[in-house]
Design a protein. Structure first.
Lengths: 111, 111
DNA sequence: TTACAGTACCTAGACATACTATGTATCAAT
DNA sequence: ATTGATACATAGTATGTCTAGGTACTGTAA
């Protein structure tokens, strides 16, 4: 497995909650924002994003609603829920714990 | 999925290479060392460790050899290979890149 | 002496989840 | 008229960790 694919496992929810927590976003926008904010590192495919959004909506972490553009285009905007905010705080805390544990073992300072 | 299980995905190889790179180790010892060095965070199950070791040995990153203890016990000691050392350096570099990208997006400083 | 906990290895099958590939449709630009 | 970008979606695949189970030896305590 390519390293980005492997490491991203388990992080997608945190990334998506962080982004949607900034402001309501629609799927395609999330892909672009994620790539931009990570300076090109994260490049989600639609096939990765949309199932993740549906899973998170079903879990009550985000909530989506359709909006019709003047052009006739449909966009599904997602905003974060109360439950999602709690989950986001939890995820950030877990991320810190994980960081500490990883650094204790892989000792990048000695590398 | 429990958060540790999720985040650990893609990190196991880095952790194992780091540990075996410190000194040759056998499987059971790796579980104990990993738990100790991470201050209790990482608790690998045998069912997670051994397949990972076999996979990495097949990939030429580590090499294992049996040793017979005076007690009659068998232990399989693994040491890191040249290829494994290169992979370890690569993994450390990738880990740094991933860290930077994650922090750019999840902005724990603002949390 | 037997029962249990610890050491030490292993595999099979289940499960989660990110991947590739593909599909639909609209719009703007060439 | 065709391409590329926008915008959503699903089906099936691949990967890797998990749970659960198995074997076998050692030392200790009841």
């Amino acid at each position: 497995m390519a390293h980005r694919r492997a490491l991203i496992k388990g992080s997608i929810d945190s990334l998506l909650l962080s982004l949607i927590g900034q402001k309501p976003m629609y799927g395609y926008q999330i892909i672009k924002e994620l790539e931009q904010q990570s300076q090109g590192y994260f490049r989600l495919r639609e096939g990765t994003l949309y199932p993740a959004l549906h899973r998170m909506e079903e879990a009550g972490l985000i909530s989506g609603g359709w909006q019709l553009l003047p052009s006739g285009q449909q966009r599904k905007y997602y905003h974060i829920t109360e439950k999602g905010l709690l989950k986001l705080a939890e995820k950030r805390s877990q991320w810190q714990d994980y960081l500490v544990a990883m650094n204790l073992v892989i000792q990048p300072a000695n590398a």
